[in-house]
Design a protein around this ligand. Structure first.
Ligand code: THU
Length: 137
């Protein structure tokens, strides 16, 4: 991982990165394409898209793809995540993704958007109250 820090991207840039990542989604079964863009503490953007496969059950959501990519590239601290789907109502992270984002990202700002506009901002702690994590082990 490069040592230097970058200026934080704007929320609009984060959302735009999630929209771009969404185009790479493998969603042949649900046809529901999702993109995510995770901002690291040093201002980098790591993207993800949902990846489905023929077993259905091994599907990985865009948010977790972004987090696995970031962790595997050595990133450890995160600020925000943008999630984009082509829906009028915002698409919030599913339960398992909330858990993974919490454990590895802490109390992220979660920005929800569709292809045209931002649809809301939430603290992850509001989406996952009373979380289970390593502090309780
Ligand atoms: N999905 C995501 O990638 N992120 C979400 O926040 C919600 C759901 C994916 C999983 C599956 O590929 C498709 O959307 C339909 O559930």
């Amino acid at each position: 991982m490069a040592a230097s820090s970058k200026a934080p991207p704007s929320a609009a840039a984060l959302v735009q990165a999630a929209r771009r990542a969404r185009r790479n989604a493998h969603a042949d079964y649900s046809h529901f394409k999702v993109g995510a863009a995770l901002e690291t503490a040093d201002g980098r953007i790591i993207t993800g898209c949902n990846i489905e496969n023929a077993t259905y059950g091994l599907t990985v959501c865009a948010e977790r793809v972004a987090m696995w990519k970031a962790l595997s590239e050595g990133h450890r601290k995160f600020r925000r995540i943008a999630v984009v789907a082509d829906t009028a109502d915002p698409t919030p992270p599913c339960g398992p993704c909330r858990q993974i984002l919490w454990e590895f990202g802490g109390d992220l700002d979660v920005i929800l958007a569709n292809l045209r506009a931002e649809k809301g901002r939430h603290k992850l702690s509001a989406l996952l109250p009373l979380p289970f994590d390593a502090r309780l082990l």
